[in-house]
Design a protein around this ligand. Structure first.
Ligand SMILES: O=C[C@H](O)[C@H](O)[C@H](O)COP(=O)(O)O
Length: 250
């Protein structure tokens, strides 16, 4: 089901909305509609979530909203701390009301690719402990099939010593190309918040049964988690170029 929430900023934004403004629009709308006083919230990672935390902080100050936040990454933790929001974790709070997170791509069935920024394991754990996963994104993330928009590949978090055989096994089972993600401003591969490597899987079959593929990938020894979030999202909010917010629900 897809719906649109009216035209915002119609006079102010008479031209096409930039990606950053689209992210902000989606993030604010989702926080306003899905966060209530007393909520335990999972805070996702990435550039769009920055706007969600800013809006959360505004509402805490303006409306005296009481919330507690569980981060999904080091970046998310820093955001929570920077905005003086109460921090908690899954040891203390085991079931969350809502998780708000970004995505690299959202298909027409609300399946997601995540992990473009190297965060996916903790994101999936926190989302799995939340009553609902709300996705916030700009219009460029909205697609029909996974791989239509996001060309960098499906991120797969792996134990470092196993990255080479895992690449071979995936290539043999499903085809495509696997790249070990390399760091920028550091020699060698990207190391995740959990001390693992990331393989980016490109040139896969876009018509795959993603649920099955995900299960098979997870059965390979050394695969820690995948960036395929299948049947996990409750709703996605997209900030659109025309200043509206598109809502996608199952
Ligand atoms: O690894 C990063 C996370 O999965 C992000 O949620 C995802 O990459 C989307 O990030 P952004 O909001 O920066 O597009």
């Amino acid at each position: 089901m897809i719906s649109r929430i009216g035209l915002y900023f119609s006079s102010k934004y008479s031209t096409m909305l930039s990606l950053e403004n689209a992210k902000k629009l989606a993030a604010s709308k989702a926080v306003d509609l899905h966060v209530n006083c007393g909520d335990l919230i999972g805070i996702g990672s990435g550039s769009t979530v920055v706007y969600a935390v800013e809006r959360l902080s505004e509402r805490v100050k303006a409306d005296n909203l009481r919330v507690k936040c569980v981060p999904t990454s080091f970046q998310a933790r820093q955001l929570i701390v920077k905005h003086n929001l109460p921090l908690t974790d899954l040891e203390i709070d085991r079931e969350l009301d809502v998780c708000i997170d970004g995505a690299d791509e959202v298909d027409c069935n609300l399946n997601l690719i995540k992990g473009g920024g190297g965060c996916l394991l903790q994101e999936k754990i926190v989302a799995s402990c939340s009553k609902k996963l709300i996705i916030i994104a700009d219009y460029s993330k909205n697609s029909k099939k996974l791989g239509d928009q996001y060309k960098k590949g499906i991120p797969i978090e792996v134990v470092p010593m196993a990255y080479a055989p895992i690449s071979n096994k995936i290539q043999k089972a499903f085809g495509g190309v696997l790249d070990l993600r390399m760091a920028v401003k550091k020699a060698g591969p990207v190391v995740t918040d959990n001390g693992n490597f990331i393989l980016d899987w490109r040139e896969y079959n876009q018509d795959s049964d993603w649920d099955k593929v995900n299960t098979t990938l997870l059965s390979i020894p050394g695969v820690v988690e995948t960036g395929l979030f299948i049947n996990m999202a409750s709703k996605a909010y997209f900030g659109m170029e025309d200043g509206s917010v598109k809502i996608q629900a199952p």
